[in-house]
Design a protein around this ligand. Structure first.
Ligand code: K1U
Ligand code: ZN
Length: 167
């Protein structure tokens, strides 16, 4: 197992579009294990492969309080969505920044599991938010892209200051 370095916004590699996984092999299983370890250690409730500079469609999520309900999504696709919710979001690639984003309240996601079988997940509330947030990462999108230009500029300034202070 290994902890993977997490890219920080506005790193241009966060804009890359992830390719579908063609074969679920030991490399993909190791990636998912390392991503889960990285997410738990951060700590976070989700992580997309894009954030660890691997541009394949792999996501790990665990929204449980006990941290014992890991979901691994490979090649996820939203096949149905409805409703609207506004949720305060954070991101391990945008440390210390939280803001409200509007997303679908319910999504049905078709995905592969690590044993290669197809699975449909009906997600509501925080799980639906987290899935949409992580699927955005696979498309090169970070949650701050949903915010106004003014807020994005302020966030970049704040993160650049943080980076200078910790250098
Ligand atoms: O994608 C990421 O960087 C992970 C991100 C996921 C997320 C959080 C909130 C709304 C939507 C998506 C995080 O996990 S940020 C950290 C966080 O929210 C958290 C950390 C520890 C305990 C509980 C939450
Ligand atoms: Zn994120």
């Amino acid at each position: 197992m290994a902890l993977l370095p997490i890219l920080r916004f506005p790193d241009p590699r966060l804009k890359k579009i992830a390719s579908p996984v063609e074969k679920i092999d030991d490399g993909i299983r190791r990636l998912a294990r390392d991503m889960a370890e990285t997410m738990y250690e951060a700590p976070g409730i989700g992580l997309a492969a894009t954030q660890v500079d691997v541009h394949r469609q792999v996501i790990v999520i665990d929204i449980s309080e006990a941290r014992d309900s890991l979901l691994v999504l490979v090649n996820p696709a939203i096949v149905a969505r409805d409703g609207v919710q506004v949720c305060e979001e954070g991101c391990l690639s945008v440390p210390g920044i939280y803001d409200k984003v509007t997303r679908a309240e319910h999504v049905k996601v078709r995905t592969l599991t690590l044993d290669g079988s197809e699975q449909d997940i009906d997600a509501h509330g925080l799980l639906a938010v987290c899935i949409q947030h992580e699927m955005d990462h696979l498309q090169g999108k970070v949650f701050v892209d949903h915010l106004s230009q003014l807020k994005q500029t302020r966030i970049k300034t704040k993160l650049a200051k943080q980076a200078r202070e910790t250098a």
